[in-house]
Design a protein around this ligand. Structure first.
Ligand code: RP5
Length: 152
C-alpha cells in the first residue's frame, strides 16, 4: 500500500487472505515518496516467489500501475477512499491503464480490499486444490449467512 494510512482499508485484504489460509506479506511502498522501494519491490517480487500483488493507494494512485509496469505478475489495484474526492481520484488513477499494462481494478475502499483478497485467492486456487476447497467453503458460508427476512 502507498501509505500506512491505507492500512485501515487494506487490512481487509489481509484479513481475507488470513481467513483463507493464504500466505502473504504487507508492505508500505509509495510510488511518489519511495520510488526506489517500489522499483526494488516490483522487479524482485517474482524471483522471491510472490504470485500475486495487491496494490492499494489513494489520490494520485500510481502504485498499482507502476508496479504492473515492472512485473509480469498479476496486479490487483484497490482504490483507497481519499478525503478530497471520496476515492474517485484513486479509482480513475488505477483503472485507466493504457493497453498493454493491465491492473485488475477493484471497488473503492473496504469492498475492493476484501474482493482483492478473494480474487487473489481465486487466482492462486487454480494451482492449489486445497485453497480451491477453502474458497468454496468460504463462499458457501457467506451464502448461508444471508438472512431470508431482514427482521430475523
Ligand atoms: C497515497 O496518498 C497513499 O496511498 C494514501 O492513500 C494517500 C495519502 O497518504 P498519506 O498522506 O496519508 O501518507 O500515496
Amino acid at each position: 500500500m502507498g501509505s500506512t494510512s491505507d492500512w485501515e482499508t487494506m487490512r481487509h485484504a489481509a484479513e481475507t487472505l488470513d481467513a483463507l489460509g493464504v500466505a502473504h506479506e504487507t508492505r508500505v511502498v509509495s510510488a511518489h515518496r519511495t520510488p526506489q522501494r517500489l522499483y526494488d519491490y516490483a522487479t524482485g517480487a517474482a524471483d522471491r516467489g510472490i504470485k500475486v500483488i495487491i496494490a492499494g493507494a489513494g489520490g494520485a494512485a500510481h502504485l498499482p500501475g507502476m508496479a504492473a509496469s515492472m512485473t509480469h505478475l498479476p496486479v490487483l489495484g484497490v482504490p483507497v477512499e481519499s478525503k478530497a474526492l471520496k476515492g474517485m481520484d484513486s479509482l480513475l488513477s488505477i483503472v485507466q491503464m493504457p493497453g498493454g499494462i493491465p491492473v485488475g481494478t477493484l471497488a473503492i475502499g473496504k469492498a475492493g480490499a476484501i474482493n482483492a483478497g478473494l480474487l487473489a485467492a481465486s487466482i492462486l486456487s487454480l494451482s492449489d486444490e486445497g485453497l480451491a476447497e477453502r474458497l468454496k467453503d468460504w463462499r458457501q458460508r457467506q451464502t448461508d449467512s444471508v438472512a431470508n427476512d431482514p427482521q430475523g
